[in-house]
Design a protein around this ligand. Structure first.
Ligand SMILES: [Zn+2]
Length: 191
């Protein structure tokens, strides 16, 4: 049986599934040695990993957006996946924590993929409602390529209820913050 559905993606549209309000609890880390599989259903592509005891499916990408985890996985290779599992109200929240290939960490949720620095895990406010791309702000694409972890708030989607959480933990990279500040100071001239 499937153990749950993941959430926690880093950028904009990809953040909507977070509406499944998270009850604060410490995640359990589970390691699985497996070949990755990918399955597409509705607008989601799932990373499916399992061993004899369990099977996890983790949202890999949403519709045509680029995957939030920017690594490529070979479906013929065996990796060691570490999954963080947090109990939510209705479902368990699964998040890819790290991927190791041949003793090399190829993904670590705590490390900025652009700056290769270890990030701070900060409590940040969650902003609800439809957030439009403000004028004078970098596009999602620019953010992803140059400073993916600069934001010190999360987007909670459009479904607002009284008991939505107000804050959550998010990884923030100080070098991403610098790069974003620099972009704001000297935005590239658009044609
Ligand atoms: Zn960074």
């Amino acid at each position: 049986m499937w153990s749950g559905v993941l959430v926690s993606l880093s950028l904009s549209a990809a953040e909507t599934p977070k509406q499944a309000a998270i009850i604060a609890s410490k995640p359990t880390l589970v390691s699985i040695v497996a070949k990755p599989k990918f399955e597409s259903r509705d607008q989601f592509t799932y990373l499916v990993i399992g061993d004899t005891n369990r099977n996890y499916e983790i949202v890999w990408s949403v519709s045509t957006n680029a995957p939030h985890v920017q690594i490529s996985l070979d479906t013929n290779r065996v990796y060691t996946f570490t999954v963080a599992q947090t109990s939510g109200r209705n479902i368990d929240i699964l998040e890819l924590h790290s991927v190791v290939s041949d003793d090399q960490a190829i993904y670590d949720i705590e490390v900025c993929e652009v700056h290769k620095t270890k990030m701070a895990h900060k409590e940040v406010p969650i902003i609800y409602g439809l957030v439009k791309q403000p004028v004078g702000e970098p596009s999602i694409d620019i953010q992803r390529k140059s400073f993916p972890h600069h934001r010190e708030y999360s987007l909670g989607g459009c479904v607002i209820t009284d008991d939505n959480p107000k804050t959550e933990k998010r990884y923030v990279c100080s070098e991403c913050k610098n790069a974003y500040a620099n972009w704001k100071m000297f935005p590239p001239i658009s044609k």
